[in-house]
Design a protein around this ligand. Structure first.
Ligand code: PEP
Ligand code: MG
Length: 580
Protein backbone atom coordinates (compact mmCIF):
# COMPACT_ATOMS: atom_id res chain seq x y z
CA UNK A 1 0.00 0.00 0.00
CA UNK A 2 1.27 3.47 -0.83
CA UNK A 3 -0.27 6.82 0.09
CA UNK A 4 0.38 9.93 -1.97
CA UNK A 5 -0.74 13.43 -1.15
CA UNK A 6 -2.16 15.81 -3.73
CA UNK A 7 -4.60 18.71 -3.80
CA UNK A 8 -8.23 17.70 -3.32
CA UNK A 9 -9.92 19.47 -6.22
CA UNK A 10 -13.30 17.88 -6.76
CA UNK A 11 -15.05 16.21 -3.84
CA UNK A 12 -15.96 12.56 -3.62
CA UNK A 13 -14.32 9.20 -3.19
CA UNK A 14 -13.48 6.79 -5.99
CA UNK A 15 -12.57 3.18 -5.35
CA UNK A 16 -11.46 1.22 -8.39
CA UNK A 17 -8.58 0.62 -10.76
CA UNK A 18 -6.19 3.27 -12.05
CA UNK A 19 -5.33 3.47 -15.72
CA UNK A 20 -2.46 5.74 -16.63
CA UNK A 21 -3.02 7.71 -19.81
CA UNK A 22 0.09 9.79 -19.43
CA UNK A 23 0.64 11.90 -22.52
CA UNK A 24 4.36 11.53 -22.03
CA UNK A 25 5.67 8.11 -22.77
CA UNK A 26 8.73 8.21 -20.60
CA UNK A 27 12.21 9.16 -21.65
CA UNK A 28 13.50 7.97 -24.96
CA UNK A 29 17.18 7.11 -24.83
CA UNK A 30 19.60 6.99 -27.73
CA UNK A 31 21.00 3.47 -27.74
CA UNK A 32 23.73 2.41 -30.17
CA UNK A 33 22.82 -0.59 -32.31
CA UNK A 34 25.67 -2.92 -33.46
CA UNK A 35 26.21 -2.92 -37.22
CA UNK A 36 25.05 -6.51 -37.63
CA UNK A 37 21.74 -5.71 -35.87
CA UNK A 38 20.78 -2.64 -37.89
CA UNK A 39 18.54 -4.57 -40.30
CA UNK A 40 16.81 -6.32 -37.38
CA UNK A 41 16.15 -2.89 -35.82
CA UNK A 42 14.63 -1.68 -39.10
CA UNK A 43 12.44 -4.79 -39.23
CA UNK A 44 11.40 -4.13 -35.62
CA UNK A 45 10.42 -0.59 -36.60
CA UNK A 46 8.41 -1.75 -39.63
CA UNK A 47 6.63 -4.35 -37.52
CA UNK A 48 5.63 -1.66 -34.99
CA UNK A 49 4.37 0.51 -37.87
CA UNK A 50 2.22 -2.33 -39.14
CA UNK A 51 0.87 -2.95 -35.66
CA UNK A 52 0.05 0.76 -35.26
CA UNK A 53 -1.72 0.79 -38.62
CA UNK A 54 -3.94 -2.03 -37.40
CA UNK A 55 -4.54 -0.16 -34.14
CA UNK A 56 -5.49 3.05 -35.95
CA UNK A 57 -7.82 1.18 -38.29
CA UNK A 58 -9.51 -0.46 -35.33
CA UNK A 59 -10.00 2.95 -33.69
CA UNK A 60 -11.24 4.43 -36.96
CA UNK A 61 -13.90 1.77 -37.40
CA UNK A 62 -15.03 2.08 -33.84
CA UNK A 63 -15.27 5.88 -33.89
CA UNK A 64 -16.97 5.66 -37.29
CA UNK A 65 -19.63 3.34 -35.89
CA UNK A 66 -20.16 5.32 -32.71
CA UNK A 67 -19.72 8.90 -33.80
CA UNK A 68 -19.91 9.09 -37.56
CA UNK A 69 -17.54 9.33 -40.46
CA UNK A 70 -16.58 12.93 -39.97
CA UNK A 71 -14.80 12.23 -36.68
CA UNK A 72 -13.38 8.99 -37.99
CA UNK A 73 -11.60 11.12 -40.61
CA UNK A 74 -9.12 12.18 -37.91
CA UNK A 75 -7.75 8.65 -37.96
CA UNK A 76 -7.48 8.64 -41.74
CA UNK A 77 -5.05 11.54 -41.46
CA UNK A 78 -3.01 9.56 -38.93
CA UNK A 79 -3.02 6.45 -41.09
CA UNK A 80 -1.77 8.59 -43.96
CA UNK A 81 1.30 9.63 -41.97
CA UNK A 82 2.15 5.98 -41.36
CA UNK A 83 1.97 5.07 -45.02
CA UNK A 84 4.01 8.08 -46.14
CA UNK A 85 7.21 6.67 -47.61
CA UNK A 86 9.20 9.90 -47.03
CA UNK A 87 8.38 9.66 -43.35
CA UNK A 88 9.21 5.97 -43.08
CA UNK A 89 12.39 6.33 -45.17
CA UNK A 90 13.59 9.14 -42.97
CA UNK A 91 13.31 6.99 -39.83
CA UNK A 92 15.04 4.08 -41.56
CA UNK A 93 17.76 6.44 -42.76
CA UNK A 94 18.40 7.58 -39.16
CA UNK A 95 18.61 3.97 -37.94
CA UNK A 96 21.01 3.02 -40.69
CA UNK A 97 23.28 6.04 -40.84
CA UNK A 98 23.52 6.70 -37.10
CA UNK A 99 23.14 3.07 -35.97
CA UNK A 100 20.60 4.00 -33.33
CA UNK A 101 17.50 2.37 -31.88
CA UNK A 102 14.18 2.83 -33.71
CA UNK A 103 12.59 4.89 -30.89
CA UNK A 104 15.37 7.46 -31.10
CA UNK A 105 15.31 7.55 -34.91
CA UNK A 106 11.55 8.07 -34.86
CA UNK A 107 11.79 10.89 -32.36
CA UNK A 108 14.53 12.55 -34.44
CA UNK A 109 12.37 12.40 -37.57
CA UNK A 110 9.32 13.80 -35.76
CA UNK A 111 11.38 16.70 -34.32
CA UNK A 112 12.75 17.52 -37.77
CA UNK A 113 9.28 17.61 -39.30
CA UNK A 114 7.93 19.62 -36.40
CA UNK A 115 10.69 22.22 -36.76
CA UNK A 116 9.58 22.66 -40.37
CA UNK A 117 5.94 22.95 -39.30
CA UNK A 118 6.78 25.51 -36.62
CA UNK A 119 8.04 27.92 -39.25
CA UNK A 120 4.55 28.08 -40.80
CA UNK A 121 1.90 28.46 -38.12
CA UNK A 122 -1.57 27.64 -39.41
CA UNK A 123 -4.40 25.73 -37.85
CA UNK A 124 -4.13 23.08 -40.55
CA UNK A 125 -0.48 22.39 -39.91
CA UNK A 126 -0.93 22.48 -36.14
CA UNK A 127 -3.50 19.73 -36.48
CA UNK A 128 -1.10 17.75 -38.65
CA UNK A 129 1.56 18.15 -35.92
CA UNK A 130 -0.89 16.67 -33.47
CA UNK A 131 -1.47 13.74 -35.86
CA UNK A 132 2.26 13.25 -36.06
CA UNK A 133 2.64 13.23 -32.27
CA UNK A 134 -0.17 10.70 -31.92
CA UNK A 135 1.29 8.49 -34.60
CA UNK A 136 4.71 8.64 -32.96
CA UNK A 137 3.08 7.58 -29.72
CA UNK A 138 1.36 4.59 -31.32
CA UNK A 139 4.59 3.40 -32.92
CA UNK A 140 6.63 3.81 -29.74
CA UNK A 141 4.02 1.89 -27.81
CA UNK A 142 4.16 -0.73 -30.56
CA UNK A 143 7.95 -0.88 -30.26
CA UNK A 144 7.62 -1.39 -26.54
CA UNK A 145 5.00 -4.04 -26.98
CA UNK A 146 2.40 -2.14 -24.97
CA UNK A 147 -1.12 -2.89 -26.12
CA UNK A 148 -3.10 0.27 -26.76
CA UNK A 149 -6.24 0.26 -24.70
CA UNK A 150 -9.26 2.30 -25.50
CA UNK A 151 -11.22 3.65 -22.60
CA UNK A 152 -14.35 1.95 -23.82
CA UNK A 153 -12.55 -1.39 -23.65
CA UNK A 154 -11.53 -1.16 -20.03
CA UNK A 155 -13.86 -2.37 -17.27
CA UNK A 156 -16.02 -0.04 -15.20
CA UNK A 157 -14.56 1.81 -12.26
CA UNK A 158 -11.54 3.38 -13.89
CA UNK A 159 -9.62 6.23 -12.30
CA UNK A 160 -7.75 8.14 -14.96
CA UNK A 161 -4.19 9.05 -14.07
CA UNK A 162 -2.60 11.62 -16.39
CA UNK A 163 0.23 14.09 -16.28
CA UNK A 164 -1.99 16.76 -17.74
CA UNK A 165 -5.48 16.76 -19.13
CA UNK A 166 -7.10 19.44 -21.22
CA UNK A 167 -10.68 20.44 -20.33
CA UNK A 168 -11.65 18.96 -23.69
CA UNK A 169 -10.25 15.54 -22.81
CA UNK A 170 -11.79 15.77 -19.36
CA UNK A 171 -15.24 16.22 -20.91
CA UNK A 172 -14.77 13.32 -23.30
CA UNK A 173 -13.19 10.94 -20.79
CA UNK A 174 -15.47 11.96 -17.97
CA UNK A 175 -18.47 10.80 -19.90
CA UNK A 176 -16.99 7.33 -20.41
CA UNK A 177 -16.51 4.82 -17.65
CA UNK A 178 -14.35 7.10 -15.59
CA UNK A 179 -14.99 7.41 -11.86
CA UNK A 180 -12.24 9.85 -10.96
CA UNK A 181 -9.17 11.76 -12.06
CA UNK A 182 -5.65 12.01 -10.69
CA UNK A 183 -3.65 14.62 -12.52
CA UNK A 184 -0.08 15.64 -11.86
CA UNK A 185 -0.59 19.23 -12.92
CA UNK A 186 -3.37 21.72 -12.37
CA UNK A 187 -5.08 23.24 -9.36
CA UNK A 188 -8.48 23.63 -7.71
CA UNK A 189 -9.73 26.36 -10.03
CA UNK A 190 -8.33 24.99 -13.28
CA UNK A 191 -10.94 24.26 -15.92
CA UNK A 192 -10.24 20.55 -15.84
CA UNK A 193 -11.17 20.55 -12.17
CA UNK A 194 -14.31 22.51 -12.86
CA UNK A 195 -15.27 19.88 -15.43
CA UNK A 196 -14.64 17.07 -12.95
CA UNK A 197 -17.03 18.83 -10.57
CA UNK A 198 -19.60 19.28 -13.32
CA UNK A 199 -19.50 15.57 -14.00
CA UNK A 200 -19.58 14.90 -10.26
CA UNK A 201 -16.31 13.01 -10.38
CA UNK A 202 -13.67 13.18 -7.64
CA UNK A 203 -10.36 14.68 -8.71
CA UNK A 204 -6.98 15.01 -7.06
CA UNK A 205 -4.33 17.18 -8.64
CA UNK A 206 -0.67 17.92 -8.12
CA UNK A 207 0.33 14.33 -7.26
CA UNK A 208 3.89 14.55 -8.42
CA UNK A 209 5.54 11.44 -9.82
CA UNK A 210 2.40 9.27 -10.04
CA UNK A 211 2.60 8.88 -13.82
CA UNK A 212 6.13 7.61 -13.66
CA UNK A 213 5.04 5.11 -11.02
CA UNK A 214 2.09 3.80 -13.02
CA UNK A 215 3.02 4.20 -16.65
CA UNK A 216 4.03 0.59 -17.20
CA UNK A 217 1.34 -0.98 -15.02
CA UNK A 218 -1.99 -2.19 -16.30
CA UNK A 219 -4.74 -1.58 -13.76
CA UNK A 220 -3.58 -0.62 -10.31
CA UNK A 221 -6.06 -0.80 -7.40
CA UNK A 222 -6.61 2.73 -6.17
CA UNK A 223 -8.63 4.87 -3.79
CA UNK A 224 -8.82 8.62 -4.28
CA UNK A 225 -10.40 11.15 -1.97
CA UNK A 226 -11.18 14.42 -3.70
CA UNK A 227 -11.83 16.18 -0.39
CA UNK A 228 -8.54 15.42 1.36
CA UNK A 229 -6.35 15.00 -1.74
CA UNK A 230 -5.25 11.51 -0.70
CA UNK A 231 -4.40 8.89 -3.31
CA UNK A 232 -3.84 5.35 -2.10
CA UNK A 233 -2.30 2.75 -4.39
CA UNK A 234 -2.79 -0.96 -3.63
CA UNK A 235 -5.08 -0.24 -0.62
CA UNK A 236 -5.23 -3.04 1.97
CA UNK A 237 -8.53 -4.56 3.07
CA UNK A 238 -8.76 -2.38 6.17
CA UNK A 239 -8.26 0.85 4.21
CA UNK A 240 -10.79 -0.24 1.62
CA UNK A 241 -13.36 -0.95 4.31
CA UNK A 242 -12.69 2.46 5.93
CA UNK A 243 -13.26 4.27 2.63
CA UNK A 244 -16.40 2.24 1.85
CA UNK A 245 -17.80 3.42 5.20
CA UNK A 246 -16.83 7.07 4.58
CA UNK A 247 -18.39 6.88 1.13
CA UNK A 248 -21.66 5.57 2.58
CA UNK A 249 -21.64 8.29 5.27
CA UNK A 250 -21.05 11.04 2.72
CA UNK A 251 -23.88 9.72 0.55
CA UNK A 252 -26.15 9.87 3.59
CA UNK A 253 -25.00 13.43 4.38
CA UNK A 254 -25.69 14.46 0.76
CA UNK A 255 -29.19 13.03 0.99
CA UNK A 256 -29.74 14.95 4.22
CA UNK A 257 -28.76 18.17 2.49
CA UNK A 258 -31.37 17.45 -0.14
CA UNK A 259 -34.05 17.21 2.50
CA UNK A 260 -34.10 20.93 3.14
CA UNK A 261 -33.67 22.33 -0.35
CA UNK A 262 -37.18 23.76 -0.17
CA UNK A 263 -36.25 25.93 2.83
CA UNK A 264 -35.70 29.62 2.03
CA UNK A 265 -32.19 30.84 1.40
CA UNK A 266 -32.33 33.49 4.11
CA UNK A 267 -30.14 34.51 7.04
CA UNK A 268 -31.53 34.34 10.59
CA UNK A 269 -32.27 38.08 10.34
CA UNK A 270 -34.19 37.72 7.08
CA UNK A 271 -31.65 38.70 4.42
CA UNK A 272 -32.29 36.72 1.25
CA UNK A 273 -29.38 35.31 -0.76
CA UNK A 274 -30.20 33.92 -4.19
CA UNK A 275 -28.15 30.83 -4.95
CA UNK A 276 -27.99 30.04 -8.66
CA UNK A 277 -26.23 27.32 -10.64
CA UNK A 278 -23.11 27.34 -12.80
CA UNK A 279 -23.62 25.03 -15.75
CA UNK A 280 -20.86 23.71 -17.98
CA UNK A 281 -22.53 20.69 -19.54
CA UNK A 282 -26.22 20.24 -20.37
CA UNK A 283 -26.47 17.13 -18.16
CA UNK A 284 -26.10 19.42 -15.15
CA UNK A 285 -29.47 21.05 -15.80
CA UNK A 286 -31.24 18.22 -14.05
CA UNK A 287 -28.90 18.55 -11.05
CA UNK A 288 -29.48 22.28 -10.87
CA UNK A 289 -33.20 21.67 -10.47
CA UNK A 290 -32.79 18.72 -8.12
CA UNK A 291 -30.47 20.68 -5.83
CA UNK A 292 -32.79 23.70 -5.66
CA UNK A 293 -30.86 26.33 -7.62
CA UNK A 294 -32.71 29.60 -8.17
CA UNK A 295 -31.85 30.03 -11.84
CA UNK A 296 -28.66 29.76 -13.87
CA UNK A 297 -26.02 32.29 -12.91
CA UNK A 298 -23.47 31.16 -15.49
CA UNK A 299 -23.67 28.88 -18.49
CA UNK A 300 -20.17 28.43 -19.90
CA UNK A 301 -21.23 28.24 -23.54
CA UNK A 302 -17.66 27.53 -24.71
CA UNK A 303 -18.16 23.90 -23.74
CA UNK A 304 -20.70 23.65 -26.51
CA UNK A 305 -17.85 24.36 -28.93
CA UNK A 306 -15.48 22.02 -27.12
CA UNK A 307 -18.05 19.22 -27.18
CA UNK A 308 -18.86 19.69 -30.87
CA UNK A 309 -15.25 20.10 -32.01
CA UNK A 310 -14.10 19.52 -34.77
CA UNK A 311 -17.52 20.78 -35.95
CA UNK A 312 -18.81 24.23 -35.04
CA UNK A 313 -22.26 24.27 -33.41
CA UNK A 314 -24.98 25.42 -35.82
CA UNK A 315 -27.39 28.25 -35.03
CA UNK A 316 -30.17 25.73 -34.44
CA UNK A 317 -27.98 23.72 -32.04
CA UNK A 318 -27.18 26.89 -30.11
CA UNK A 319 -30.83 27.86 -30.06
CA UNK A 320 -32.02 24.47 -28.83
CA UNK A 321 -29.61 24.46 -25.91
CA UNK A 322 -30.32 28.06 -24.85
CA UNK A 323 -34.01 27.36 -24.98
CA UNK A 324 -33.47 24.37 -22.69
CA UNK A 325 -31.48 26.57 -20.28
CA UNK A 326 -34.07 29.34 -20.14
CA UNK A 327 -36.96 26.94 -19.69
CA UNK A 328 -35.15 24.98 -16.98
CA UNK A 329 -34.26 28.18 -15.09
CA UNK A 330 -37.79 29.68 -15.16
CA UNK A 331 -39.14 31.60 -13.29
CA UNK A 332 -35.59 32.72 -12.58
CA UNK A 333 -33.15 34.09 -15.14
CA UNK A 334 -30.63 32.10 -17.18
CA UNK A 335 -27.38 33.97 -17.68
CA UNK A 336 -25.60 32.69 -20.76
CA UNK A 337 -22.00 33.70 -21.17
CA UNK A 338 -20.83 34.17 -24.74
CA UNK A 339 -18.07 31.72 -25.56
CA UNK A 340 -14.99 32.17 -23.37
CA UNK A 341 -12.52 30.26 -25.49
CA UNK A 342 -8.79 30.78 -25.49
CA UNK A 343 -6.46 30.41 -22.54
CA UNK A 344 -6.53 26.68 -21.79
CA UNK A 345 -9.96 26.19 -23.38
CA UNK A 346 -9.08 25.58 -26.96
CA UNK A 347 -11.37 24.86 -29.87
CA UNK A 348 -9.14 24.89 -32.92
CA UNK A 349 -12.02 25.87 -35.16
CA UNK A 350 -12.16 29.28 -33.44
CA UNK A 351 -8.51 29.87 -32.54
CA UNK A 352 -6.11 30.60 -35.36
CA UNK A 353 -2.94 31.53 -33.60
CA UNK A 354 -0.47 29.78 -31.38
CA UNK A 355 0.31 31.92 -28.33
CA UNK A 356 3.27 31.89 -25.96
CA UNK A 357 1.13 33.17 -23.08
CA UNK A 358 -2.47 32.24 -23.88
CA UNK A 359 -3.96 33.23 -20.51
CA UNK A 360 -2.91 36.80 -21.28
CA UNK A 361 -3.77 36.44 -24.92
CA UNK A 362 -6.64 36.27 -27.34
CA UNK A 363 -9.32 34.86 -25.03
CA UNK A 364 -12.84 35.73 -23.88
CA UNK A 365 -14.45 38.79 -25.44
CA UNK A 366 -11.22 39.57 -27.33
CA UNK A 367 -11.46 36.36 -29.31
CA UNK A 368 -15.22 36.82 -29.70
CA UNK A 369 -14.80 40.20 -31.33
CA UNK A 370 -11.86 39.00 -33.42
CA UNK A 371 -13.97 36.18 -34.90
CA UNK A 372 -17.28 37.88 -35.64
CA UNK A 373 -17.81 35.40 -38.48
CA UNK A 374 -18.12 32.62 -35.90
CA UNK A 375 -19.61 34.65 -33.07
CA UNK A 376 -22.56 35.95 -35.08
CA UNK A 377 -24.01 32.44 -35.23
CA UNK A 378 -24.01 32.26 -31.44
CA UNK A 379 -25.35 35.76 -31.04
CA UNK A 380 -28.23 35.21 -33.45
CA UNK A 381 -29.26 32.14 -31.44
CA UNK A 382 -28.90 33.96 -28.11
CA UNK A 383 -31.04 36.85 -29.22
CA UNK A 384 -33.63 34.52 -30.75
CA UNK A 385 -33.78 32.52 -27.49
CA UNK A 386 -34.87 35.64 -25.57
CA UNK A 387 -38.47 34.85 -26.52
CA UNK A 388 -38.45 31.75 -24.28
CA UNK A 389 -37.93 33.52 -20.95
CA UNK A 390 -35.51 35.67 -18.98
CA UNK A 391 -32.34 35.05 -20.98
CA UNK A 392 -29.50 37.38 -20.08
CA UNK A 393 -26.28 37.68 -22.04
CA UNK A 394 -22.93 38.00 -20.29
CA UNK A 395 -19.53 38.86 -21.76
CA UNK A 396 -16.30 37.29 -20.42
CA UNK A 397 -12.97 38.96 -19.71
CA UNK A 398 -14.13 42.49 -20.45
CA UNK A 399 -11.31 44.95 -19.77
CA UNK A 400 -12.40 48.18 -21.43
CA UNK A 401 -15.83 49.74 -22.13
CA UNK A 402 -15.09 49.75 -25.87
CA UNK A 403 -15.57 45.97 -25.87
CA UNK A 404 -19.14 46.43 -24.60
CA UNK A 405 -19.78 49.19 -27.13
CA UNK A 406 -18.54 46.98 -29.95
CA UNK A 407 -20.70 44.10 -28.71
CA UNK A 408 -23.76 46.37 -28.76
CA UNK A 409 -22.93 47.47 -32.31
CA UNK A 410 -22.76 43.85 -33.45
CA UNK A 411 -26.02 43.04 -31.60
CA UNK A 412 -27.76 45.90 -33.39
CA UNK A 413 -26.58 44.49 -36.70
CA UNK A 414 -27.79 41.01 -35.78
CA UNK A 415 -31.19 42.31 -34.63
CA UNK A 416 -31.63 44.14 -37.92
CA UNK A 417 -30.86 40.93 -39.81
CA UNK A 418 -33.32 38.96 -37.69
CA UNK A 419 -35.98 41.63 -38.25
CA UNK A 420 -35.45 41.43 -42.00
CA UNK A 421 -35.74 37.65 -41.88
CA UNK A 422 -38.94 37.92 -39.86
CA UNK A 423 -37.52 35.98 -36.90
CA UNK A 424 -38.87 36.72 -33.40
CA UNK A 425 -36.74 38.08 -30.53
CA UNK A 426 -36.86 40.50 -27.60
CA UNK A 427 -34.90 43.68 -27.98
CA UNK A 428 -34.78 44.48 -24.25
CA UNK A 429 -32.67 41.52 -23.03
CA UNK A 430 -30.33 42.28 -20.14
CA UNK A 431 -26.61 42.53 -20.81
CA UNK A 432 -23.92 41.97 -18.20
CA UNK A 433 -20.18 41.54 -17.92
CA UNK A 434 -17.91 39.29 -15.94
CA UNK A 435 -15.68 41.34 -13.68
CA UNK A 436 -12.56 39.21 -13.73
CA UNK A 437 -9.78 41.51 -14.84
CA UNK A 438 -8.38 43.70 -12.03
CA UNK A 439 -8.44 46.85 -14.18
CA UNK A 440 -12.14 46.29 -14.90
CA UNK A 441 -12.73 45.94 -11.16
CA UNK A 442 -10.94 49.22 -10.52
CA UNK A 443 -13.15 51.03 -13.06
CA UNK A 444 -16.31 49.13 -12.20
CA UNK A 445 -18.08 52.46 -11.50
CA UNK A 446 -17.51 53.32 -15.19
CA UNK A 447 -18.28 49.79 -16.44
CA UNK A 448 -21.61 49.93 -14.60
CA UNK A 449 -22.80 52.70 -16.95
CA UNK A 450 -22.73 50.32 -19.87
CA UNK A 451 -24.44 47.20 -18.54
CA UNK A 452 -27.38 45.85 -16.53
CA UNK A 453 -25.41 43.53 -14.25
CA UNK A 454 -22.01 42.30 -13.10
CA UNK A 455 -20.92 38.81 -12.25
CA UNK A 456 -17.62 38.56 -10.38
CA UNK A 457 -15.38 35.87 -11.82
CA UNK A 458 -13.07 35.26 -8.90
CA UNK A 459 -11.26 32.38 -10.58
CA UNK A 460 -9.65 34.73 -13.05
CA UNK A 461 -9.81 37.86 -10.91
CA UNK A 462 -7.66 36.19 -8.24
CA UNK A 463 -5.36 34.68 -10.84
CA UNK A 464 -4.67 38.06 -12.43
CA UNK A 465 -4.66 40.13 -9.23
CA UNK A 466 -2.28 37.82 -7.34
CA UNK A 467 -0.25 36.83 -10.42
CA UNK A 468 -0.91 33.16 -9.66
CA UNK A 469 -1.66 30.81 -12.57
CA UNK A 470 -4.88 29.07 -11.59
CA UNK A 471 -3.80 25.83 -13.26
CA UNK A 472 -0.30 25.62 -11.80
CA UNK A 473 0.00 23.32 -8.80
CA UNK A 474 3.37 24.82 -7.80
CA UNK A 475 1.78 28.11 -6.82
CA UNK A 476 -1.59 26.74 -5.67
CA UNK A 477 -0.82 27.67 -2.06
CA UNK A 478 -0.47 31.32 -3.10
CA UNK A 479 -3.96 31.35 -4.59
CA UNK A 480 -5.71 33.01 -1.63
CA UNK A 481 -9.29 34.26 -2.02
CA UNK A 482 -8.95 36.00 1.36
CA UNK A 483 -5.89 38.05 0.43
CA UNK A 484 -6.79 41.55 1.70
CA UNK A 485 -6.21 42.92 -1.81
CA UNK A 486 -8.93 40.62 -3.12
CA UNK A 487 -11.35 41.56 -0.34
CA UNK A 488 -10.86 45.23 -1.07
CA UNK A 489 -11.46 44.65 -4.75
CA UNK A 490 -14.65 42.68 -4.10
CA UNK A 491 -16.00 45.41 -1.85
CA UNK A 492 -15.21 48.04 -4.46
CA UNK A 493 -17.01 46.16 -7.25
CA UNK A 494 -20.09 45.50 -5.10
CA UNK A 495 -20.24 49.09 -3.84
CA UNK A 496 -19.94 50.45 -7.37
CA UNK A 497 -22.68 48.13 -8.61
CA UNK A 498 -24.96 49.10 -5.71
CA UNK A 499 -24.36 52.82 -6.27
CA UNK A 500 -25.13 52.44 -9.97
CA UNK A 501 -28.26 50.44 -9.11
CA UNK A 502 -27.27 47.37 -11.11
CA UNK A 503 -27.32 43.73 -10.00
CA UNK A 504 -24.11 42.04 -8.95
CA UNK A 505 -23.44 38.36 -8.36
CA UNK A 506 -20.41 36.11 -8.00
CA UNK A 507 -19.87 33.00 -10.11
CA UNK A 508 -16.24 32.08 -9.40
CA UNK A 509 -15.48 29.00 -7.28
CA UNK A 510 -15.17 31.26 -4.22
CA UNK A 511 -18.96 31.60 -4.24
CA UNK A 512 -19.40 27.84 -3.72
CA UNK A 513 -17.25 27.52 -0.59
CA UNK A 514 -19.56 27.58 2.47
CA UNK A 515 -16.61 28.67 4.63
CA UNK A 516 -16.59 31.94 2.69
CA UNK A 517 -20.35 32.61 2.60
CA UNK A 518 -20.17 34.89 5.66
CA UNK A 519 -17.47 37.05 4.06
CA UNK A 520 -19.41 37.35 0.83
CA UNK A 521 -22.58 38.38 2.63
CA UNK A 522 -20.48 40.84 4.66
CA UNK A 523 -19.13 42.27 1.38
CA UNK A 524 -22.73 42.95 0.39
CA UNK A 525 -23.34 40.09 -2.04
CA UNK A 526 -26.90 38.80 -2.27
CA UNK A 527 -26.52 36.58 -5.34
CA UNK A 528 -24.16 33.65 -5.72
CA UNK A 529 -23.77 31.18 -8.55
CA UNK A 530 -22.17 27.84 -7.70
CA UNK A 531 -21.87 24.36 -9.17
CA UNK A 532 -25.28 22.63 -8.78
CA UNK A 533 -24.17 20.13 -6.15
CA UNK A 534 -22.91 22.91 -3.92
CA UNK A 535 -26.24 24.75 -3.86
CA UNK A 536 -27.70 22.92 -0.81
CA UNK A 537 -24.57 23.39 1.33
CA UNK A 538 -24.30 27.10 0.50
CA UNK A 539 -28.02 27.64 1.22
CA UNK A 540 -27.71 25.79 4.52
CA UNK A 541 -24.78 28.03 5.44
CA UNK A 542 -26.80 31.14 4.58
CA UNK A 543 -29.56 29.97 6.93
CA UNK A 544 -27.07 29.57 9.77
CA UNK A 545 -25.70 33.11 9.54
CA UNK A 546 -26.87 36.41 10.96
CA UNK A 547 -26.04 39.11 8.46
CA UNK A 548 -26.14 42.23 10.70
CA UNK A 549 -22.59 42.08 12.13
CA UNK A 550 -20.94 40.73 8.97
CA UNK A 551 -20.37 44.04 7.20
CA UNK A 552 -18.40 45.45 10.15
CA UNK A 553 -16.44 42.20 10.44
CA UNK A 554 -15.45 42.37 6.79
CA UNK A 555 -14.54 46.07 7.22
CA UNK A 556 -12.04 44.98 9.84
CA UNK A 557 -10.76 42.10 7.71
CA UNK A 558 -9.88 44.45 4.88
CA UNK A 559 -7.53 46.28 7.25
CA UNK A 560 -5.56 43.15 8.17
CA UNK A 561 -2.25 42.29 6.53
CA UNK A 562 -2.52 38.66 5.45
CA UNK A 563 -5.01 35.99 4.41
CA UNK A 564 -4.05 33.95 7.52
CA UNK A 565 -4.87 36.86 9.85
CA UNK A 566 -8.17 37.35 8.06
CA UNK A 567 -9.08 33.66 8.33
CA UNK A 568 -8.29 33.64 12.07
CA UNK A 569 -10.18 36.87 12.74
CA UNK A 570 -13.19 35.64 10.79
CA UNK A 571 -13.38 32.37 12.66
CA UNK A 572 -13.28 34.16 16.04
CA UNK A 573 -15.77 36.86 15.08
CA UNK A 574 -18.28 34.67 13.30
CA UNK A 575 -18.44 32.07 16.03
CA UNK A 576 -18.78 34.89 18.62
CA UNK A 577 -21.52 36.58 16.56
CA UNK A 578 -23.42 33.33 16.16
CA UNK A 579 -23.20 32.27 19.81
CA UNK A 580 -24.10 35.70 21.28
C1 PEP B 1 -14.15 32.95 -13.26
O1 PEP B 1 -13.13 33.34 -13.85
O2 PEP B 1 -14.32 33.08 -12.03
C2 PEP B 1 -15.23 32.27 -14.00
C3 PEP B 1 -16.37 31.95 -13.42
O3 PEP B 1 -14.99 31.95 -15.30
P1 PEP B 1 -14.12 30.69 -15.76
O4 PEP B 1 -13.84 29.84 -14.54
O5 PEP B 1 -14.88 29.98 -16.79
O6 PEP B 1 -12.88 31.35 -16.29
MG1 MG C 1 -13.11 33.43 -15.99
Amino acid sequence: MQTLQGIGASEGIAIGAAVCISTRIGDIYQIPVPENEVETEIARFLEAVEKSQGEIKRLRDRVGDEMGDELAGIFDAQALVLSDSTFLDSVIHHIRSERVNAEWALQETVSEIQARFDAIDTTYLRDRQEDLRHVCRYVIQGLRGIHLHQLSEVPDGIVIVADDLSPTDAVRLGREKVIGFVIEHGSATSHTTIIARSLNLPAVLGVSGINRMLVDHAEVPIVIDGSTGQVILYPDAQTLARYETTLAERRRADLELLEDIELPSETTDGVGVQVMANIDLPEELEDSQRFGAAGIGLYRSEFLYIERSPKLPSEEEHLAIYRRMVEAAAPHPAIIRTYDLGGRKIAREVMETHEANPVLGLRGIRLTLARLDIFKTQLRALIRATIYGDLRIMLPLVTIPEEIIEFRRVSEEVMQELDQEGLAFRRDFKLGVMIEVPAAAMISDIMARYVDFFSIGTNDLIQYALAVDRSNEHVASLYRPLHPGILRMLRLIIRNADEAGIEVSMCGEMAGDPKLTAVLIGCGLRRLSVSPRRVPAVKRQVRMLTSAPLEAIVDQCAQLATAEEIEKYLQEQISAANTS
